[in-house]
Ligand binder design. Structure first.
Ligand code: ADP
Ligand code: MG
Length: 577
């Protein structure tokens, strides 16, 4: 252990001891305040655990908190408290899974509204049950728990939620949701099962909220649905987490401390205007501090920002022509059955048939050019292959097995990687993390030091060797395109789909790009390029499929198809056609 980590461990122990000893000298109002600080710390940190990375603003905190409180109210007479808390956790997780499955497909404002509605719905159901089945609206809680006991349990819970938050941030699950929050389409194409990742994290976050409710319940002695499911809690938690900064582990804590105190004062002096004041605080925070106190600190203290990004200068930027993935040999040994087959594939958007009865084979190790005028359906064809969208009819198979209806993440895991016509990088993540995203979610999934090393090798491969720690959003357009290729290669794919990847390169960059694509093929990749740059098509493609208005109009070697009368007509839009 270094002396520095020794010092921080010692500091942590002193801090925990100090916090744990609070009930020994504080009581009454001060202890109650300590309890408020702790339970909001747990709720806000748990909230940010899910909503921070995914950007799904949840107003369901009160629902889970209330479920926890009610579980205690119902079970505390029969069971010892550890079992009650465990039961609350299980109930919370089960409800989170059911709710998550039905709502996590919703996005943006729909999710916000639904999560709010959920809390109300559960409150109504509990009220109905209490009135019609249990026979009275409220319950008395006779738990033999002291205020000090509640404080200590909450302190332990706060430690656990921060610990879990740290572990998740550094885990594959954490990476998955960071990718999802930035670009769900990219996430799916990296092999991330987006539904599962969101669901798991939603359930973990809900478990902490539910347990908080279960621990807090004895504070009230008398509990009814209005108390347990108070929607104010949901709003307070969102405000605190956003104020502190939902993107970092300790951000919510920075919001909890001042705002618990503020809300305490507002509640005491202006009880009738509390909701209005809460709303005003919320608006103020969203406008003045979109990235929270943490964001402000990072802005003011560049040193902090640099530390966060761990900027380091490494190899100079140079395109390294050297294979960096393990499966190249295996790929070259494979037979020569078509790698990918499209048979009578069709896709329409409303009345517009974007891809019409399209069939072609992709032979192993070839570069197939998919060309045609703008709007002829090339990108849609790639979207159908990668699983970004589902075809209306037809069959697509990879290595002889159908992938027609597979979700995008499964197709990516089977070895189809792509870039996007409008470049899509994860702007807030470093270049290295962008590439690791492509690496961590298929096969055994590379992680840790091995993933870092391989990501750096891939970055060097595309000429971004010196940018590993740079946020992708700060790259130039061309560098973003290179990064996207590195991320696609990180999947160690058999089939690579490049959608106008060479567009916008200057002549010397174009030569490097062409050489790179050719190199990839020599290493055994099978490639489809959608391209308008005729030089690239002529020099790279073994074969071309030409599309026009969704249909295949020609197929063959580039020299032949580019001389074809119908192809020329399609490109020039001949009037007498
Ligand atoms: P290309 O890549 O060859 O330029 P696209 O595949 O992008 O062409 O588009 C083919 C046609 O399908 C265009 O007319 C386009 O407007 C339409 N299209 C593509 N995607 C969608 C979509 N998601 N919704 C509606 N229309 C679409
Ligand atoms: Mg296109």
């Amino acid at each position: 252990m270094t002396s520095r980590s020794l010092a921080s461990t010692a500091a942590a122990i002193v801090l925990v001891a100090a916090l744990a000893s609070v009930p020994l000298f504080a009581s009454g109002y001060h202890l109650a305040l300590g309890i408020s600080l702790l339970y909001f710390t747990v709720l806000a940190t748990a909230w940010a655990m899910f909503s921070g990375p995914t950007h799904y603003i949840s107003l369901a905190t009160a629902a889970f908190f209330g479920i926890g409180a009610y579980t205690t109210a119902v079970l505390t007479d029969f069971l010892p408290w550890p079992v009650v808390i465990l039961a609350a956790m299980v109930v919370g997780i089960l409800i989170a899974l059911v709710v998550g499955l039905s709502t996590l497909r919703l996005s943006g404002i729909y999710f916000v509204i639904f999560s709010f509605g959920l809390a109300e719905l559960i409150r109504q159901i509990v009220t109905w049950y209490e009135v019609n089945i249990a026979g009275s609206i409220g319950r008395y809680i006779f738990a033999d728990t002291t205020t000090e006991g509640i404080y200590w349990r909450l302190l332990a819970l706060a430690g656990m939620v921060l610990g879990a938050g740290w572990l998740i941030r550094h885990s594959r699950l954490g990476l998955a949701v960071r990718v999802i929050g930035q670009d769900e389409m990219v996430a799916r194409h990296c092999g991330i099962d987006t539904t599962r990742a969101k669901l798991v994290l939603f359930a973990v976050s809900a478990a902490f909220m539910t347990v908080t409710g279960a621990v807090m319940a004895p504070r009230w002695t008398y509990l009814d649905p209005m108390i347990a499911f108070s929607p104010v809690v949901s709003f307070e938690v969102v405000i605190m987490a956003l104020f502190g900064g939902a993107g970092t582990l300790f951000g919510p804590l920075l919001g909890v401390i001042p705002l618990v105190l503020l809300f305490d004062v507002l509640g005491a002096y202006f009880p009738n205007y509390f909701s209005i004041l809460l709303g005003l605080v919320f608006i103020l925070i969203v406008y003045a501090l979109p990235r929270g106190v943490v964001g402000l600190l990072q802005q003011r203290l560049p040193a902090l920002r640099r530390a966060a990004l761990q900027v380091k200068m490494s190899a100079p930027a140079e395109t390294v022509m050297r294979p960096v993935w393990p499966r190249a040999a295996e790929r070259m040994a494979a037979g020569d059955a078509p790698v990918l087959q499209l048979a009578n594939v069709r896709k329409s958007f409303g009345g517009l048939v974007a891809v019409d009865d399209l069939s072609f084979d992709l032979k192993r190790g070839e570069i197939l050019g998919l060309i045609g005028p703008n709007g002829s359906g090339k990108t849609t064809a790639l979207n159908l292959i990668s699983g970004a969208i589902l075809p209306d009819a037809g069959e697509i198979s990879l290595e002889g097995r159908p992938i027609t209806l597979l979700p995008a993440h499964r197709i990516a895991q089977r070895g189809v990687a792509r870039t996007f016509q409008l470049v899509r990088v994860l702007g807030e993540s470093s270049c290295r993390e962008n590439v690791i995203a492509g690496m961590a979610f298929h096969g055994p999934g590379l992680w840790g030091a091995a993933a870092d090393a391989r990501a750096d090798a891939l970055l060097a491969r595309v000429g971004l060797g010196d940018k590993a720690d740079t946020p992708a959003g700060q790259l130039t357009y061309i560098d973003q395109k290179r990064l996207e290729l590195a991320r696609a290669l990180a999947l160690d794919p058999d089939v690579l789909l490049l959608d106008e990847w060479l567009a916008g390169l200057n002549p010397s960059e174009l030569q490097v790009g062409i050489a790179l694509v050719r190199m990839l093929r020599e290493e055994g990749l099978t490639i489809i390029i959608v391209e308008h740059v005729m030089d690239a098509i002529r020099s790279l493609c073994d074969r071309c499929v030409v599309m026009n208005t969704g249909r295949k109009i020609a197929e063959g070697p580039p020299s032949a198809v580019l001389a074809d009368r119908e192809v020329i007509r399609a490109y020039l839009g001949d009037a007498d056609d």
